[in-house]
Design a binder for this molecule. Structure first.
Ligand SMILES: *Cc1c(COP(=O)(O)O)cnc(C)c1O
Length: 432
């Protein structure tokens, strides 16, 4: 493909993307395919001679789209949202064109420096304590990880290194192996200290956990993967109180802040805790500005060496929406969750199973787990909407998460009418 064809195809692709997203409501949210559907549809090996671009494009609707779950459909209520916005997609196109691997400052200074500043912007939006910000000379700072899981692992490894070095400094006779054997990580059944758990969006009490961790010199990592985005709204910021006790904090702008996957924001109070754990300095990665304290080499803040220019997405989104636009997005989703909650409460056959704090509603038919499993089965077979269940203690519960950027009250009402009808059919069948 030469540059003139790229110009043409690029414009066509943008039109295809816009048409796809504009018309997504017309597509069935969950696909009809069975496992293994795709292999028979494409050749067993890559082509020896090139295919044409037209061939590829025509295969998109034939082969790919029939197997796509449409996460951005306004009838998608499963899991948690994954962010999608036009400015983020445009920034990702530019990221692809620049195509740098920003492992060190020198490997692409803009990639590193924009990330540091965007993480400060975002930290300020959340009113994170000053200690987490990089500023011009701070000890803390932010880094974009690929996922909340990675951030948790990075925090765990940093904590392990830190405590091992402390113990070895106090008792030089201790071997690393002897220390490792004795290390303990405390967690609940939701993993680490969490703000907005995946099952029901509940919140750990940081004001209780935090001081205990600080007193015992334990590393406290906080996972707010979904809920974190809401803290940019003053009315939800109190949910973050206690973050001042944490060593590291993480949430996913790629869930609820309109920055397309992947973009997981992680802050630490002491950047040296991370760089101390991961630092690796072969000669070919050294650069001539080494002596300057301003240099950040993000490879020391993460597991991989390579990294994409992901802060471009944040920069585009934050500027196009403004903080007010982002707050409006969060508030709309929370409002719709409460609308759904009140619909559920109006039907005495149903119950709400956890307090609705943000954009997730956990609900069920009053009755057995079997009954609720059967209801979910009917919802799944009808494929008009998509949602997933969870277990709350021993109860089988349906999760209704407000997800799509374009979802409106009418979609939520239609979804509820649909659920009610299926429930009526089910209860009638149970009686017969
Ligand atoms: C979604 C979620 C995760 C997992 O996020 P990844 O970025 O996919 O690793 C972890 N914790 C919570 C509370 C979540 O909601």
């Amino acid at each position: 493909m030469n540059v003139s064809e790229f110009r043409k195809r690029g414009k066509e692709m943008v039109d295809y993307m816009a048409n796809y997203l504009e018309g997504i409501e017309g597509r069935q949210v969950y696909p009809d395919v069975e496992p293994g559907y795709l292999r028979p549809l494409i050749p067993p090996t890559a082509p020896q001679e090139p295919d044409t671009y037209e061939d590829i494009i025509s295969d998109i609707e034939k082969i790919i789209m029939p197997g796509v779950t449409h996460w951005h459909s306004p009838y998608f209520f499963a899991y948690f949202p994954t962010a999608s916005s036009y400015p983020a997609m445009l920034a990702d196109m530019l990221c692809g064109a620049i195509g740098c691997i920003g492992f060190s400052w020198a490997a692409s200074p803009a990639c590193t420096e924009l990330e540091t500043v965007m993480m400060d912007w975002l930290g300020k939006m959340l009113e994170l304590p000053e200690a987490f910000l990089a500023g011009k000379s701070g000890e803390g700072g932010g880094v974009i990880q690929g996922s909340a899981s990675e951030a948790t692992l990075v925090a765990l490894l940093a904590a392990r290194t830190k405590v091992t070095r402390q113990l070895q400094a106090d008792s030089p006779e201790l071997t690393q192996a002897a220390i490792m054997e004795k290390l303990v990580a405390y967690s609940s059944d939701q993993v680490v200290a969490t703000l907005g758990t995946t099952t029901c969006c509940s919140f750990d009490n940081l004001l209780e956990v935090g001081p205990i961790c600080n007193k015992g010199n334990l590393w406290l990592h906080i996972d707010a993967a979904y809920a974190g985005s809401a803290f940019i709204c003053p009315e939800f910021r109190h949910l973050l109180n206690g973050v001042e006790f944490a060593d590291s904090f993480n949430f996913n702008p790629h869930k609820w802040l309109l920055v397309n996957f992947d973009c997981s924001a992680m802050w630490v109070k002491k950047r040296t805790d991370l760089t101390g754990a991961f630092k690796l300095d072969p000669l070919y990665l050294k650069h001539s500005h080494e002596s300057s304290g301003l240099i950040t080499d993000y490879r020391h803040w993460q597991l991989p060496l390579g990294r994409r220019f992901r802060s471009l997405k944040m920069w585009f989104v934050f500027r196009i929406y403004g903080v007010k636009g982002l707050q409006a997005h969060i508030r709309k989703h929370v409002r719709l969750a409460h609308e759904f909650e009140s619909l559920v409460l109006q039907d005495p056959r149903f119950e709400i199973c956890a307090e609705v704090i943000l954009g997730l509603v956990c609900f069920r038919l009053k009755g057995s787990n079997k009954l609720n499993e059967a209801l979910l089965q009917r919802i799944g077979s009808a494929k008009k909407i998509h949602l997933v269940p969870c277990h709350l203690r021993d109860k089988f519960v349906l999760r209704f998460a407000i997800c799509s950027r374009t979802v409106e009250l009418a979609h939520v009402q239609l979804a509820w009418e649909h659920i009610r009808e299926l429930a009526s059919d089910l209860l009638r069948a149970e009686k017969e």
